[in-house]
Ligand binder design. Sequence first.
Ligand code: VGL
Ligand code: ZN
Length: 205
Amino acid sequence: MAATSRENDALIIIDLQNDFCPGGALAVSGGDEIVPLVNRMIAAHDHVVLTQDWHPSGHSSFASSHAGKEPFGSINLAYGSQTLWPDHCVQGSRGAEFHAGLAWTKAELVIRKGFRTGIDSYSAFYENDRTTPTGLAGYLRERGLDRLTLVGLATDFCVAYSALDARRLGFEVVVELDACRGIDLGGSLQAALADMRAAGVSFAA
Ligand code: VGL
Ligand code: ZN
């Protein structure tokens, strides 16, 4: 972990929520293990942003919203193929809250995503149609924050999609892998790491 953060650095903490931690609805193995390291990184950064997966009940990414479909299968939606998940991070639920051990109060911004019923959002920047913005890029640019360190859950979905979009948008991006954990669905973790490397993402650990 870089000992000092520069004024134009932002730490972006992706989806460190109960439902992605052991015991949660879409638990990522070891998801809670990253909390102490993430807390040290929060202390070391001047600017901290959190994302919060925030779905209405009946969301189109939930397998339960599609007759005969099981979690971890997929379906075609208007914008293309969508992986189906167990119901998770329902707005206002305990599962949608940040992990209780996360020292998040310093955060300057919480960006919620996935709140439109018909469209999922892995990335902190764009929903899964790749065109509907969340507003995060405008916020960071207006604040002059152009060097991003990404941590959180899950490495191969929301962290990777966010890192790839951030590179496309011209941000400098470091992913601290020690402070991430992955889902790894059918080789998705190796693929995500390769895609990020090819896009010019740096890895710190
Ligand atoms: C995520 C699947 C569904 C994530 C969110 O945070 O990586 N994955 N919703
Ligand atoms: Zn989700």
